[in-house]
Ligand binder design. Structure first.
Ligand code: HEC
Length: 110
């Protein structure tokens, strides 16, 4: 049953593959050694709850800074702090909603 559910989600995800998150977040993150789902888990463990995670994430993407990052010093020393997002607030909300939906699902299946 769980296997079927996972398969179903994988299929759905691959069918929706051209959303704003896939276009604007994933390509750049593909180059990084820490995956977006690992970053998601760091946020989830630090700021529990959908509202908090989304709010902090949105803020970080607009104003990335060393004092707020969830990444290790080692990671930041190698890859630096990301640039401010050039997406509009509406696009950011949309991308973050997709990001949340995507990994929240995997979290529940574990
Ligand atoms: C141009 C490249 C690029 C794009 C586009 C990009 N990121 Fe990132 N992102 C990075 C880099 C590099 C880091 C690691 C440095 C850092 O955390 O500031 C990072 C870090 C993060 C982190 C961890 C933040 C933290 O606390 O350090 C999250 C979560 C994240 N990105 C989500 C997203 C989402 C969601 C999008 C799309 C709206 C996105 N990123 C678009 C390059 C990018």
């Amino acid at each position: 049953m769980v296997k079927k559910t996972v398969l179903f989600f994988m299929l759905t995800l691959s069918l929706m593959s051209q959303d704003i998150y896939e276009r604007k977040c994933v390509p750049c993150h593909k180059e990084l050694p820490t995956s977006l789902d690992q970053m998601f888990m760091s946020y989830l463990s630090l700021y529990s709850g959908e509202k908090n995670v989304k709010a902090v994430l949105k803020y970080y993407l607009q104003y990335p800074s060393k004092s707020m990052t969830v990444m290790s010093d080692l990671f930041i020393d190698s890859y630096g702090i990301k640039n401010e997002s050039n997406l509009s607030k509406k696009e950011l909300n949309e991308a973050i909603d997709i990001y949340w939906e995507k990994f929240k699902v995997f979290d529940k299946l574990k």
